[in-house]
Design a protein around this ligand. Sequence first.
Ligand code: MN
Length: 380
Amino acid sequence: MKILHFSDTHLGYNDLEVLNAENINQREADFYDAFAQVVTQIQEIRPDYIIHTGDLFHRASPSNRAIAFALEQFGIINSLNIPFILIAGNHSTPRTNMSAPILKIFEGFENIYLSYDQTYKMIEFADVIFHTLPHMNDETQALSQIELCEENVHKSKKNIMMMHCSVGAWYLMQEFGEWVYPSEKEYIFKMMDYVALGHWHGFGAVGKHENVYYSGSTERTSLGDKRNSKGFILVTLDGANAKTPSLFDAAHVEYKEIQIRPILQREIDCEAYENAASNVDTSDTANAIVEVKLTNLTALQSIDIQNAEIKKLFPEAMFVSVKREFKRSQNAGIVDDIEVLSLENHFLEHIKEDADAKEYERLKGKIQELFSAYEEVSDD
Ligand SMILES: [Mn+2]
C-alpha cells in the first residue's frame, strides 16, 4: 500500500512585493507552483491514498485566487479516483464560531474526505483506517478526542493517524493557537502503522519513533526558514496481501524533493568593504532569494552603503535582502552608560566619535530624518 503524504501548502501566502509576468505576487505564485508539482507527482506515482495534514491555505479566509487554484487542483486529484484525506491545521481553523471552516468547500468531491470539525473522525476503507485529529482550539477536548482515537484502532486493518500539532515542545512554530500533543499519549503511536504529522515545516522523523513523520511544508513561509529542500513523503506499508496481516508493520518512508526557489546567504565584510563587495560570490543567484549580511559595519559605513548598491551586485536575483551587523565597540564598557539614551541618540554618539564636526552636522539631519520615518511606521 502506497500513501502519499504532504502538508502545510499554505496556498495564498504572499511576501516580498515582487510581481511576476501575470501581475501575481511572485512568492504567492511559488506556493501554487509547489502544490502543482506535488499534483504532477501524484499523477505519475498513482498512490493508493493521498493525505494532507493541514494548513492547506495560509488563512482561514483565503483570497479568491487561492480558492480558485485549490478547486482546480482538487478537481485534477478527484478525477484520479484515489481517496484524498485532509485535515484542518491551525491556519485554516477559524478562531470563533462566527465563520465556517474553509475546507467545507471541498465537500462536493466524491474522492475527497475532510476532517475539520475540531473532533476526532475515523475515515475507514476496506484495508485501512485513517484516524484524523484536526487542529483543535480546546486542549481539554483534544485529550478526550485522542482517547476516542485509541479506542478505534482495529488490528485487522492498517491504522494511520493524522494530526496537525507539535509533538512535545520541539516542533512549535511560534504561531497563534498551536496544539501540543500530550507526551503521555505518545504510546498510541506504537499502535499505528504510520503517524502523519503537519505543522512543522521541515521533513523528519519525530524523536525515537520510527513511524512518526512530519512531511514538512512545500514552500517557506518566512525568510527565516533557510531550508532549501522541500517535498513530500511516499510511505509504503508492507503486508497488505499477507494472509495474517501483521499489526505495526514497519513503514517504509521515502522523502521526495520538489524544486523550490532557493534562498542563498552571502556575507560582505565591511572591514574591507570595496574588496569584499567586488569579490562576493554571485554564482547561482539567478532567480534566487539572496540574503546579504553586511558585517563589521561602522556607523558611518552604514549610512553610506545603500541597499540599492548591494542589490546591484546580484542583478539576476529575484529578491535581495540586506542585513546589517555592526562592528563591536572597542570599549564595550561604555554600553552600560548608554542604556538610558534613545537609539537615535546612541547612534548620534557613535557618529560623533567617528566623524569630524562638519561631517557630524551633515549626517545629523539625515539620521534624525531616518529615525522619524522609522518611528512613523513602527508606531501603529
Ligand atoms: Mn503550517
